[in-house]
Ligand binder design. Structure first.
Ligand SMILES: [Zn+2]
Length: 146
């Protein structure tokens, strides 16, 4: 199914803008450590002190901006991961048909927490429709009295 090679050439809007990784000479998905090393190396190479002019060149600015963008992106991701909202299991509705606890999300969708996931001590669940994550607070289950 590779006979549609003209698809990429028609998509020039996306390819003319280099990704931050490319600007730093790294492959997409490179580790933060690799990117940091590449940034330091390039920043040294293109530093105004080295190139003479006294004014930072476009290449130097691009490198700086690329690294700042990567750092910001990483921080946002970290924040999102730690920003999971705590929800007490007792406050969640239990859906017998699904054998799952549900939590109504602010976006209107339902965060579904399967009973089997709780048995595996999983605690953080994401909404299928937005970026919300909830951390389910509960006592260990398994000692049900009936
Ligand atoms: Zn949602």
């Amino acid at each position: 199914m590779n006979n549609h090679s003209d698809l990429t050439s028609s998509n020039s809007a996306a390819s003319c803008r280099r990704s931050e990784e490319e600007i730093l000479g790294c492959v997409p998905g490179a580790s933060l450590e690799d990117l940091r090393m590449a940034y330091l190396r390039l920043a040294k190479q293109y530093h105004p002190d080295k190139t003479g002019g006294g004014k930072p060149g476009q290449e130097f600015l691009d490198i700086q901006l690329a690294w700042e963008t990567i750092v910001k992106r990483t921080e946002v991701k970290r924040k999102e991961e730690s920003a999971a909202q705590s929800v007490d299991l007792d406050e969640m509705a239990y859906d017998e048909v699904r054998d799952a606890y549900t939590h109504p999300c602010r976006c209107g969708d339902l965060v579904v927490v399967p009973g089997s996931a709780l048995e595996k001590n999983l605690a953080v669940f994401a909404c299928p429709s937005c970026s919300l994550k909830i951390r389910v607070e509960y006592e260990e289950i398994g000692e049900e009295e009936g």
